[in-house]
Design a protein around this ligand. Structure first.
Ligand code: MD3
Ligand code: FE
Length: 218
């Protein structure tokens, strides 16, 4: 099969057009939906090599979101803290490679938001089941001078979006199947989280939601 041309499709599937969310953040509603079935199949294949796992936090708790990664480094959390690792601690092997089509899509989305030359080396894949949530946090374990590109598949989620202070007021933004968001500039270090996933049944993912985030880790 030939390599799919994600960046081209990204432009062709432009529906409502890019919506600026804030300084440096852009949402492309539904832009990944035409690739969803393929990408979900790829996620499932990857998870046979590096399974989804619920990581432990330094505080001793267990995250409700299950995670796996692909690319050069993967995000890991355990009793010692958070860091990026070149090998999956579960298998001792390198993480699955980042599919070239995924990389191209992330690079094209970043460029549409004005971030030319984004060079993601890692993709964190979050798996949410009903009730799973992600508490308010900042993403500070990778390069904050590069944007983060996120893709959502499956059940909808409410994204909680704050400011640079944990106590800043939160906006609630629905993230739906196929949505692509680019976060950069002043929004890159904003506090954010995901409200508990509501019950549902999605034709492609059943009772689950997947979120992919492309990052530059080094
Ligand atoms: C804004 N993931 O993996 S995606 C994460 O839906 C994470 O699984 C959420 O927060 C999820 O760290 C939200 C949207 C997102 C991702 C990363 C960001 C927004 C961001 C980094 C900085 C600012
Ligand atoms: Fe985050």
């Amino acid at each position: 099969m030939t390599q799919r041309q994600f960046p081209l499709d990204l432009r062709q599937s432009a529906g409502s057009g890019p919506e600026p969310l804030d300084d440096g953040a852009l949402i492309l509603r539904g832009h990944a939906s035409s690739h969803a079935a393929d990408m979900i199949a790829q996620i499932r294949r990857m998870a046979r090599q590096s399974p989804f796992r619920r990581m432990t936090t330094p505080g001793g708790g267990s995250m409700s979101v299950a995670m796996t990664c692909c690319g050069l480094r993967g995000w890991c959390s355990d009793a010692h803290g958070y860091r990026y690792e070149e090998r999956d601690p579960l298998t001792g092997q390198p993480w699955p490679a980042m599919p070239e089509g995924w990389r191209q899509m992330a690079v094209a989305a970043a460029a549409m938001a004005g971030y030319e030359g984004f060079a993601p080396d890692s993709c964190l894949i979050n798996g949410y089941r009903v009730g799973a949530r992600m508490g308010l946090h900042q993403d500070r374990d990778e390069r904050a001078d590069a944007p983060v590109v996120s893709l959502s598949f499956g059940l909808p989620a409410i994204f909680l979006w704050g400011g640079l202070l944990r106590t800043d007021p939160l906006r609630r933004i629905p993230l739906l199947h196929g949505d692509v968001v680019v976060w950069g500039g002043t929004t890159r270090l904003a506090f954010h989280g995901i409200a508990p996933l509501r019950k549902g049944d999605h034709p492609l993912t059943g009772p689950c939601r997947y979120n992919l985030t492309f990052r530059r880790t080094a």
